[in-house]
Every structure is written in C-alpha cells, then in structure tokens.
Ligand binder design. Sequence first.
Ligand code: F6P
Length: 358
Amino acid sequence: MKVGMLTSGGDCQGLNAALRGVAKTLYNELGNAVTIYGIRDGYRGLIEGDYHIMHQEDFSDILTRGGTILGTSRQPFKEMQKAGEDSEETKLEKMLKTVEREGFDCLVILGGNGTHKTANLLSQHGVNVVTLPKTIDNDLWGTEMTFGFQSAVDIATAVIDSIHSTAFSHSRVFIVEIMGHKAGWLTLYAGIASGADVIVIPEIPYSAEKIARAIQRRQDSGKQFSILAVAEGAVSQAEARMSKKEVKSARTAMAYPSISYRMADELRALTGQEIRVTIPGHYQRGGIPCAADRVLTSRFGVAAAELIREKKFGYMVALQDDRVVPVPLGEVAGKLKTVPPEGELVRAARALGLSMGD
Ligand code: F6P
C-alpha cells in the first residue's frame, strides 16, 4: 500500500507528532505492506511531483519537534481549478496526475480550513483521502479541538502572564495581540487563562468607549494597570456594520500595522493612559507541542491509520465528546467553527467580571 503524507497551510506544534502517530501505527499494523511517501511543502509537492520514500527511522525522535519535517506552504483553494501560467493544466489536474502516476492508494493530509477544502475536492475527484485537523485557531468545523491549539494557548498565556508584572510596575495599559483573524478561540482561552481584564474577539465587535470605561472602572477600584487580550481579527462595532470591502479600504487608509495599534490610539485619546502593544505573532505557532497536543496528535494519528487500514476514505478524524471519531470531509470543508457570542465560555468570562469590549 502506498501512502502519501503532506502537511499544508500555516505550521503549528504537533505536526510531526501527528505524522509519527500515523506512521508508527501503519508500520506496526501493516509492516512491509506499507510504503510511506513524504510529499514536500503541502500541495506544492503534490502539484509538482516533489516527494520521496520515507523510512521508519524518519519518524523517530520527532514527537517533540516543532514545525513539520515535510515542510508546508499555502496554496489557495480558489487557485486550484484555474489554468496555470505555464500550462493549460490546473493545479487540481496536476495533483490528480501525480496521484495516478505514483499509484498512491491514499493521501494523509494534515491541515486547517483551506487545506480541507482542497482535500474534499481531491476526494470528490476519486482520491482516497484521510485528514487530520491542525490549526492554532481551533476553528475547524466538526472537531471540538484541533491540534496546535493547546500549545498556542500555553504560549499566548505565558506572554500575557509576563506582561502582567511589567504592566503592574509601570501602571500601564497593555494590549496583547493574539493570532486569529476569523475566530477568537485562542484569544478567549489565553485571556481567561491569564486573567486578562478585557478580551476582544472577532465574533464580538468592540466599542472603544466601552473598553475605556472598563479601564476606568479598574482605576476607580485602585487598579492602575489593565491588560487587553485582542484578537488580530478584532472589528469595531462601526466596522461590523460595513461591508468587507469598506473595512479593508478604511483600514488601508489608516495605515496602522495592525488593529492593536489603532485601538491603542483610540484608548489613549479616551483614557489619557499610557498604552503599549505587544504582538507575539508567529512565536505562538513555534516550538515544541505541549503534552496535551502530544496526546491529541497521537490519538488522531492512530485513528487516521485505522481508517486507512479499514479502507474508509473521505474522512477527517475529529474529537467529539472526548472520543476520536471520523467526520465526512463534505461536512467539514468550507465551514468555520467560530466562538458562539452567547456560549458558555463567553458567559463564564463575563461572569468573572471580564469585559468583552462590547
Ligand atoms: O491559521 C493560523 C494562523 O497562524 C492565523 O492565526 C494567522 O492569522 C495566520 O495563520 C498567519 O498566517 P501566515 O503564517 O501566513 O502569516
């Protein structure tokens, strides 16, 4: 059996641990009957036929390694069915050719939202696909948890923890900008875990006046510093009433490097407080996976290998009610799992006295 593996989209902690989980289980259960191919840089390698045979030792000593031993790239879904610059052939056609030429019996695809749309497309075109849900954003439909998320939460939490002491010493307001353009899971978890005072997520448009009032309330109660955990995809209430295009051009005209800097200016004007911005950025995606992600990726890896052994294709392995289950790709592709604004987690944050910026 020929199994091709690829990692696609933004990297995160646990990709190697997940590859290892799949490979070890396949080798243990199928022995010499399986040959694993590593496809380089996600779908790029599949498009260009860039792959190599891997061996058992390639999967040793990678449980804790960050990044991905296969490399990754972003290949937008909307480009997949367009003719290329160099030929009439689409990227999809090139990928199908690679699968046929090499005779891959199955592809194991590790990725997030965009990756799953393309995985579903391949599956619809007859390729045997099994996928694993990765992203620090935790925004994949069909699974309660993606791998990478818990490691990123730990890092973002540690950043805010460290900011606490300096914010206290200087009596300053700090905005810590957390990754997540469309979903606020990472910001919400890290904000609650670190005891942030204000949490701003894309799902709940913010009012600078309301945030300023939250800061003022803290000052009135003798707390001279405040910490705001702000998702990079935060939108103001005024922007929420605009079209995407209008928001984009308004932001381009303002030329702030990111939302946090604009918010800092707004709050400076409203509160007269000293405001600083900290952006951990890609640091949140780097380094070793936390223990919880090592366990999750191992469970996902085993479940993916079981699906391959049973020849059950067209599924993503997912966590539901703390069980790893297969979910049809058609149910996952193109859907985003965002934070429910009235959900239990947001209610808990509010009950703790945190402002959600609205
Ligand atoms: O999807 C993961 C993620 O880290 C997002 O949180 C972030 O908005 C985006 O990727 C950054 O993308 P890039 O690595 O291409 O800059």
